[in-house]
Design a binder for this molecule. Structure first.
Ligand code: PAF
Length: 280
């Protein structure tokens, strides 16, 4: 496995493979890898000749400086995991390598997807995501890139960017990986206290109950029920819960049988922000 820190070194390595018509698969990450990331890599390795994983904690997508500073960084452990999981190349650039002039996001228009859910609570977050994902696509020039569905809004936004800007890459969304107790795997889970970690699986339990209720109850009733359930949780603070159209991410007010809906949630466990979603 090769580890590259500069665009030019990675490009030289990939160019040699591209001239031999090798398929390049790409998994962008911010490191602190878990089984969810490894499942993306597994799919990537199955479907491509060369698998590239980037590890870069992108400063421009953090709306909270404390979250950026405390974001888990486990580079050595990540390298060991990737080595064992058929990764061919790691791209781990410095902030200077990615943002040589100005550490700032560019503005993006994702046709309104960016104004829903996360976009309402994380100012500028999706401009940061668009900026880094586009930059990484330009550097790696993968045939296919793999994203987890835990960040479902991010997945839809990346697909939209690729469509609007006609970027030559196929985007694949991969299913959410969960701990045995249902908690969606996330790099941030390692920052939970024992008590918050014990409380957190209720997020998925509530989402599962929402899935049942959605068959019979109106959306308004379900939203009220979720809010009440979180009032019973002293260690968890509900930031938002919404049922939305998978494609437009717009709130569902009246159920339409022609539309595929998903339930989305963001919860604070102390200062750790956890998100999750289920298809309804
Ligand atoms: O999902 C993530 O880990 C990040 O948002 C991504 C896609 C690697 C961009 O920094």
């Amino acid at each position: 496995m090769n580890i590259f820190h500069t665009k030019s070194d990675l490009k030289a390595y990939l160019d040699a493979h591209k001239t031999k018509n090798k398929q390049i698969g790409f998994v962008p990450t911010m490191g602190a890898l878990h089984k969810g990331h490894l499942s993306l890599l597994e799919k990537c390795a199955q479907e491509n000749d060369i698998s590239v994983v980037s590890i870069f904690v992108n400063p421009t997508q953090f709306d909270n400086s404390d979250d950026l500073v405390k974001y888990p960084k486990t580079f050595e452990a990540d390298v060991t995991l990737l080595e064992a999981a058929n990764c061919d190349a790691i791209f781990a650039p410095s902030v200077q390598e990615i943002y040589p002039n100005n550490v700032a996001a560019s503005p993006f228009d994702f046709e309104g997807l960016e104004h829903e859910m996360e976009g309402k609570f994380r100012q500028g977050h999706f401009n940061g995501v668009g900026t880094i994902v586009k930059t990484l696509f330009e550097i790696v020039q993968p045939h296919t890139a793999y994203f987890g569905q835990k960040d479902f809004q991010q997945l839809q936004i990346v697909k939209k960017m690729v469509q609007i800007q006609q970027l030559p890459v196929i985007i694949k969304g991969c299913k959410i990986h969960r701990e045995k107790d249902g908690l969606a795997m996330s790099s941030r889970n390692s920052r939970l206290t024992d008590a918050h970690r014990k409380a957190a699986p209720v997020i998925f339990q509530i989402l599962q109950e929402v899935k049942n209720k959605f068959k019979v109850d109106p959306v308004e009733t379900i939203v009220k029920w979720v809010e009440k359930e979180f009032e019973k949780q002293p260690l968890l603070h509900l930031e938002y819960f919404t049922i939305a159209d998978e494609k437009t991410l717009k709130n569902c007010e009246q159920k339409d049988p022609k539309i595929q809906y998903r339930a989305f949630i963001a919860v604070f466990a102390k200062e750790i922000r956890l998100i999750d979603n289920v298809r309804l």
